[in-house]
Design a protein around this ligand. Structure first.
Ligand code: PLP
Length: 471
């Protein structure tokens, strides 16, 4: 009789618990259960001496941790910019985890190396970016920035006669970095990591939606990276990418696009115009774990000059075979050892198809519009121009808005976070989950308005006037 390496019953148990968890998301409260959170101290025990059967390990995890999780892939989670997990992507992720392929080299992991290469090509196709670009499947947009900026740094300095990868940055000609006042925090972190500095960036003012003001863009002198944004994390606004590229590219600047979620507008007919001109850039950073709805963590860097990306990320050692029929993923990524995260991306794209990706993005945008319309009809002010999937709403004075947000989170029907947008305290609603239905939106917006009205009525007191007068 053959011996099981793993008891199929254990995997079935895991699958049943997982399916129950995911299917329970539609009805459970989105926030973690407070008692379960208090009970997490159960995990805080000294390292046990004795082994525990795998089935018991799983049982413990599910019993004590599952209820203490945030329902992040809930159809009514609208915090940050998150997205859920498409069934095909989640299931493929499990299978690929069982394969346990260290996807660095084609020769040792041909199946996942080929699938990743195909997935990258499909993403370029979906986003209508230059098909010759080199790609790297990384953990998220943060590392995609690092990867792309390393290629940018290399290229610009080579043109100035300096090999930064070989000789480092000490004594190198300076690179000017330009980004808007509204560039995402991860861009500055990445700039620090690649030695271009968080604080020496030339910041360009933005308009009321957070888009870079073209007329404020400084002239380009010497090696320069211009970082533009497709999709502001608060408003969903886009920098005028085409105009910026037309202005700075003839002067030799490298244009890098932060399109963590906004680049996916290009997968639709109705919203592609928002990110027009992105195809003219030199590098792009985007996430698969946001709008494409693959499990965490999953981001992608693309560099038009594939050779520049490869040179910046290359690695060689006598024990690493580099000659291969397909590309070696690790020659394009910061990591050598890496999970086959492209399998999840492939599965998401394979299951949705071109039309499915477009419909996913469009549905989120329509639902964001629905939120904005309902809230504004109830008398609450929408602070942004809702073109994409982001909505900023004010419930009045900052303290009131903050109290409303806290109560909405506690109520558990849905989950939204707060922000301060150009001096105004606001609640952020980010719609990016494949599973969100119009009914989820209606349920959520009803809870929001009920809770907000309680607070605004408390302020207007016995006058009992409409919430709209209290701002
Ligand atoms: C989310 C986001 C990032 C950071 O992406 P991670 O995947 O969290 O690293 C960068 N830029 C924008 C515009 C984002 O929305």
């Amino acid at each position: 009789m053959s011996r099981f390496l793993i008891d199929p019953q254990l995997m079935i148990d895991a699958a049943q618990r997982a399916a129950q968890y995911v299917n329970g998301l539609a009805t459970r409260q989105v926030r973690p259960d407070p008692d379960a959170v208090a009970g997490l101290s159960r995990f805080d025990v000294p390292f046990p001496n004795d082994p525990l059967a795998p089935a018991k390990v799983l049982e413990e995890l599910d019993a004590f941790a599952s209820p203490a999780t945030m329902g992040m892939s809930s159809p009514r989670f609208f915090g940050f910019v998150i997205g859920g997990s498409l069934p095909a992507a989640l299931a493929a992720n499990w299978l690929a985890t069982a394969w346990d392929q260290n996807t660095g080299l084609y020769n040792s992991t041909p199946a996942t190396a080929v699938i990743e290469q195909v997935a990258l090509g499909w993403v370029l196709d979906a986003l209508d970016l230059p098909c010759e670009s080199g790609g790297a499947l990384v953990t998220g947009t943060s590392v995609a920035h690092v990867t792309a900026l390393a290629a940018a740094r290399r290229s610009l300095l080579l043109r100035a006669g300096w090999d930064a990868d070989a000789d480092g940055l000490f004594g190198a000609p300076p690179i000017t970095v330009i980004a808007s006042e509204e560039a995402h925090a991860t861009l500055f972190k990445a700039l620090g990591i690649v030695g271009l500095g968080r604080n020496r960036v030339v910041r360009v003012p933005v308009d009321r939606q957070g888009a870079m003001r073209l007329e404020a863009l400084p002239p380009i002198n010497g090696p320069t990276i211009v970082c533009v944004q497709a999709g502001n994390v608060n408003t969903g606004s886009f920098d005028p990418i085409r105009e910026i590229c037309e202005r700075v590219k003839p002067a030799g600047a490298w244009v890098h696009v932060d399109g963590a979620f906004g680049l996916w507008a290009r997968a639709t007919d109705t919203r592609a115009h928002l990110a027009r001109g992105a195809e003219l850039a030199d590098s792009w950073a985007t996430d698969a774990h946001k709008w494409l709805n693959v499990p965490y963590d999953s981001g992608i860097a693309f560099v038009r000059d594939a050779a520049a990306l490869r040179s910046a990320m290359t690695i060689s050692a006598d024990y690493l075979p580099t000659e291969a029929a397909y590309r070696n993923p690790s020659e394009y990524t910061p990591e050598l050892s890496r999970r086959a995260r492209g399998v999840d991306v492939w599965a998401a794209l394979r299951s949705l198809g071109r039309s499915g990706v477009a419909e996913l993005v469009e549905a989120s945008c329509r639902q964001a519009r629905r939120f904005a319309d309902r809230l504004s009809a109830a008398g609450y002010e929408i602070l942004n121009d809702v073109q994409l999937n982001q909505v900023l709403v004010s419930f009045g004075e900052p303290e009131v808005t903050n109290r409303v947000i806290a109560d909405i989170q506690r109520d558990g029907t849905c989950w939204c976070g707060g922000t301060v947008w150009q001096g105004r305290t606001a609640m952020r609603i980010s719609v990016s989950c494949w599973a969100t239905t119009d009914d989820d939106v209606e349920q959520s917006v009803a809870a929001m308005i009920r809770i907000a009205n309680e607070h605004t009525r408390a302020i207007s007191g016995s006058r009992g006037g409409p919430a709209a007068v209290v701002r």
